[in-house]
Write a protein that binds this ligand. Structure first.
Ligand SMILES: NCC(=O)CCC(=O)O
Length: 330
């Protein structure tokens, strides 16, 4: 980088007018960068507010389909479905997870039938179906890796069968991407993409999400034996490399804003499609402060999303997706 000494160099010259600022802008956020995570519940024509995520609701499938149509009309490329599972369906064996007619799979089918152009992403982890609240099968207090993979593969196949375009394994078991990729190929699902939650940290920022999917009460213990230590960065690089070599098409860093350094390292190291999840706690912080008048809500929303792009992300999973899309298209 060459910098002339002052006053030959005056950085304020290129900031002096809107035209110059636009010309020298390095990063752009577009509606094409957004994936909208949504919560689905059973029933008809109903919506429950989620108190710790103001403005976000759990929707029945019929209402979710209308929202999916709106998202597609706004130009949002993808929606990501998270089910609120009836507690009566949660078992230690997690069998509901690979039921072809479970809530999530029914939602995928309904959205693909109504809005085929909208990419539908799903979540692969056992926590919505697990009486223990963990992402894997628990035996004698241990979250089992290899047994969980067998369950996750069945879940992946059921979701692909339902029509999901992007599978999102968020479980953090070792070896699951390779197992899923092989089974998808064998079953003829050659064009189903995998976006691996490759660097998912054991974070306090997921609190409101667990309220939204009804997992807050169920979880016994914490997820530190499978999700990453927030202190680690080199490990994230090794995990991303591992998942890419096993057949992930895209990788994700999660949470987002506190981990932008990881996003940048991942993008610079691999050049692979890299995504970040601006999680429920990040949404709650910004929305909560904006609702109290402590922050300019629209401004910090757009600034936070732009920051992901600047950090090297190709896209962002964000609960702000429809609101941001409306502003971007205005
Ligand atoms: N597997 C999906 C999540 O854990 C989402 C977390 C959040 O939004 O807090």
């Amino acid at each position: 980088m060459t910098i002339a000494p002052f006053p030959a160099a005056r950085f304020r010259r290129t900031r002096a007018t809107d035209a110059l600022r636009r010309l020298t802008c390095e990063t752009e956020l577009s509606v094409n960068d957004l994936i909208w995570p949504v919560f689905v519940r059973d029933g008809e024509d109903a919506a429950d507010p989620i108190p710790s995520m103001p403005g976000v609701e759990r929707l029945t499938i019929d209402r979710l389909v209308r929202k999916a149509e709106e998202a597609a009309a706004l130009g949002i490329p993808a929606i990501c479905i998270f089910p609120y599972t009836d507690p009566a369906l949660k078992t230690e064996g997690c069998e509901e997870a690979w039921n072809p007619d479970n809530l999530s799979n029914r939602a995928v089918r309904a959205i693909k039938a109504a809005v085929p152009e909208l990419a539908v992403m799903t979540d692969i982890a056992l926590d919505p179906y697990n009486a223990n609240g963990h992402d894997g099968i628990v035996r004698n207090g241990e979250v089992l890796n290899d047994e969980t993979i067998e369950a996750l593969v069945m879940m992946a196949l059921a979701q692909a069968e339902a029509g999901a375009d992007i599978l999102g394994p968020s479980d953090m078991m070792d070896g699951r991407i390779g197992a899923m990729r092989l089974s998808l190929e064998e079953a003829g699902h050659k064009n189903v993409s995998i976006m691996s939650y490759a660097a998912k940290y054991a974070s306090g920022f997921y609190g409101p999400f667990r309220d939204a999917v009804g997992a807050s009460g169920a979880l016994k213990g914490d997820k530190k034996t499978y999700q990453m230590n927030p202190a680690n960065s080199d490990e994230a690089i090794r995990l991303v490399e591992r998942d890419l070599t096993e057949g992930a098409d895209m990788v994700m860093v999660k949470p987002g804003m506190p981990y932008l350094d990881i996003c940048r390292r991942v993008k610079d190291t691999f050049g692979a499609p890299t995504f970040a999840y601006q999680v429920s706690g990040e949404y709650a912080m910004l929305r909560g402060a904006a609702d109290r008048g402590w922050l300019d809500g629209e401004r910090v929303m757009m600034e936070s999303l732009l920051a992901f792009k600047r950090a090297g992300c190709d896209g962002i999973l964000t609960y702000f997706a429809p609101e941001a899309a409306r502003l971007l298209r205005a």
